[in-house]
Design a protein around this ligand. Structure first.
Ligand SMILES: [Zn+2]
Length: 691
């Protein structure tokens, strides 16, 4: 097997550097590396602050800040990886502590007034900058403004205090959610329809004919809502679920909304959603709102048709022609519909997805369409035996582009979701060489057993295609500044390219290139199975998305313009929207008090739908291309216009360059089964709103 050294000559030729991180081996080493990184960064900050304010340059201020932030971030990323992957608990704890130190440091940097003075002195020279340099300058100064640094000292103090109070309340909000536990006791008869496996799960059977369902345990809640034949059961559990943290979090959220509003007003914004969206594609609260409203209207025909189907099922089952679909009914009837019409044996499907074949198949596809070559190399240090490391090169020129690790199976103490992590980001270094990125994929696919290889579910395969897309976004970057490289793009865009790649695994032509029964590889997935899977996916898309849009709309409504002296009533703002956009609710419920996204994704929930719509729009470039999802021209265009750019230029512009036209939500609506008619009343795309 090759080693990284085999790629170093080619890297030197391209004036770039490949780096395998020097992984710390003891908690003490983690701690001292953290101290060292912070010490150096503080030194660099002192240097910025100490310079002669009459001689400040772009390089000595704005770029110097990017350089030092980048170095700290690399150290922080390494600590994060140790926390998430190390097999030794003391090492994981050391990593976790280091991550906290880096986070606290990052907050403090915003408030280094002496550093800000140097930045301001440079800004006052009214520099003539262009392209990525100008963007870096504008956004660095914007960060300071957003932190309140250009306010008079007393006002700035106030904003700082408000932020601290808000952070504290956010912690309370989160813990109230974690602590909201609601056991609900049912009889076997109440739970008729719920699968046997549920009754067998630990803690459920709690008496002769007593079964305890925890309303706060998502899988228990969903299993009962999807399967219980009794409407009274579904309703009872739903009312308890949607009232979780009612008494504790309603006042907390009201205070959080008031604080956010105050911060926004002090900083010169008219609302918190304007403040939050300024740095995203949506650019304003209005932009996000009108986009979501257009989608709500756009999806109406599909939503109504689906609800009508569910209503008919309920009418037939209850012998009540006037039966209505309430918010506690949709999961149950959607599930019935899926079982009747689109039943696909998910377990049997796994035979077509042995891990290694899927991985190799995905590699072949991505190497081919993006013009890349992946070669496995020997890692100098392995934190687990089956850790894999790969070098990525440009297949046409041989230029090394970066490295990625694969840590794919679960184990005790490891990160328990699926995600891509940046370890070393891309950046043009002060010495003129380009630092190529190093990334990692941390996943938890089903491990192999004694008699079977690792067999993935279809969802696992989709996840792999998605997460690996983020790694490619990271590795192929050409951005000059760390701040803009790879996946450092606005949050309402970052998921879009990977969401687009999910389409690949729903396509027969793509699947046939790698999916084959591991016991008899001549057997491919039958066309009718793939058709059924696609039908099932879209059968409930109207209900699924209207619910998403309701969440997005109520989130934006809470963070809209609000008079400072009027107290908030989060439930009164949100319940009517939920009812109007989604389905009739019980008026005593308080869904928003248990909506964890409201601390962290506040005025940001719309981003999920936003990214989905952009993903569908971008997918059309492949769908119209000669080889569809396997088309190299389209792939190279994605690489050049989206991946390589990162945030070095406005992502709206990158999307339009990739599309070769303006953005549109029509492909998204079409994809989920809405027939888009004429130009009139056509929903506006995100970019139209953004301008
Ligand atoms: Zn993602």
């Amino acid at each position: 097997m090759k080693t990284v050294d085999d790629f170093r000559a080619a890297a030197a030729k391209a004036n770039s550097v490949l780096t395998i991180p020097d992984w710390e081996q003891t908690p003490e080493a983690v701690e001292s590396a953290t101290k060292d990184a912070i010490g150096k960064a503080n030194g660099a900050l002192d240097q910025i602050a100490a310079q002669d304010l009459k001689k400040v340059t772009f390089k000595s201020t704005i770029v110097a800040l990017d350089d030092l932030s980048y170095r700290v971030e690399s150290a922080g990323n390494r600590a994060e990886l140790i926390k998430q992957t190390n097999t030794n608990e003391a090492m994981r704890t050391a990593g976790e502590n280091a991550v906290k130190v880096f986070q606290d440091w990052a907050v403090g940097v915003d408030y280094r007034e002496d550093v800000y003075k140097a930045m301001k002195a440079f800004a006052d020279t009214h520099p003539k900058l262009s392209g990525e340099d100008k963007k870096l300058f504008d956004e660095t100064m914007r960060d300071y403004r957003r932190a309140g640094l250009d306010l008079p000292p007393d006002k700035r103090k106030e904003v700082e205090q408000l932020r601290k109070d808000l952070a504290k309340l956010g912690t309370d909000f989160d813990s109230n959610i974690v602590n909201a536990k609601a056991p609900v006791i049912f009889t076997k008869a109440d739970l008729d329809g719920v699968p046997d496996s549920f009754f067998a799960s630990p803690g459920v059977k709690t008496g002769d004919d007593a079964y305890t369902v925890m309303a706060n345990v998502t899988f228990q809640f969903i299993t009962v809502e999807e399967n219980a034949k009794s409407e009274a059961t579904r309703k009872k559990l739903y009312v308890i679920h949607d009232s979780l943290a009612k008494d504790t979090n309603a006042p907390v959220l009201n205070q959080m909304l008031a604080l956010r509003n105050k911060i926004a007003l002090r900083l010169g914004y008219k609302s918190w959603d304007d403040y939050q969206t300024e740095i995203r594609m949506a650019k304003s609260g209005e932009g996000a709102k009108s986009y979501i409203n257009n989608l709500i209207t756009g999806i109406e025909p599909k939503f109504s048709a689906e609800v009508a189907t569910l209503q008919k099922m309920k009418a037939a089952e209850t012998n009540n022609p006037d039966a209505k679909i309430f918010v506690w009914d949709w999961r149950y009837y959607s599930n019935q519909l899926n079982k009747q019409k689109y039943d696909v044996d998910k377990e049997a499907l796994r035979n077509f997805f042995p891990f290694q074949k899927v991985l190799e198949g995905m590699f072949r596809i991505y190497q081919s369409i993006f013009g890349l070559k992946f070669e496995q190399i020997t890692p100098p240090f392995k934190w687990i035996n089956d850790l894999q490391l790969y070098a990525v090169t440009d297949s046409a020129t041989g230029e090394p582009l970066g490295l990625f690790y694969l840590d794919m199976f679960p184990r005790e103490g490891k990160f328990n979701h699926f995600a891509e992590f940046e370890i070393i980001g891309g950046k043009l270094l002060p010495d003129g060489k380009y630092q190529r990125p190093t990334a990692a994929l941390l996943c938890n696919f089903p491990p192999a057993s004694a008699d079977k290889p690792s067999l993935m579910t279809h969802t696992d395969v989709e996840t792999l295609f998605h997460e690996f897309g983020h790694a490619l976004h990271e590795i192929t970057t050409r951005a000059k500044y760390g701040r803009f490289a790879g996946t450092h793009v606005p949050r309402d865009f970052v998921e879009a390219p990977s969401q687009m790649l999910q389409n690949w695994v729903w396509d027969k032509k793509v699947l046939d290139t790698f999916a084959a029964d591991y016991r008899d590889p001549s057997r491919k997935i039958p066309a009718e199975t793939i058709q059924k899977m696609n039908d099932a996916k879209f059968a409930n898309a109207g209900v699924f998305y209207r619910r998403q849009f309701a969440f997005a709309a109520l989130d934006l409504a809470m963070h809209d313009v609000h008079p400072e002296d009027v107290p908030y009533d989060c439930v009164a703002i949100t319940n009517p929207i939920l009812e109007k956009v989604f389905l009739p609710i019980d008026p005593d419920t308080t869904m928003v008090t248990y909506f964890g996204h409201m601390n962290g994704y506040d005025a940001g929930y719309y981003g999920y739908a936003w990214a989905d719509a952009i993903a569908a729009d971008m997918a059309t470039v492949f769908e119209k291309a000669h080889d569809r999802y396997l088309d190299r021209q389209a792939g190279l265009r994605l690489r050049r216009e989206i991946y390589e750019q990162g945030d070095a230029r406005d992502v709206s512009l990158s999307i339009e360059k990739f599309l070769g036209r303006n953005q549109s939500v029509e492909p998204f609506l079409k994809k989920i089964g809405v027939t888009v008619q004429d130009k009139h009343g056509k929903p506006a795309g995100p970019s139209q709103e953004a301008r």
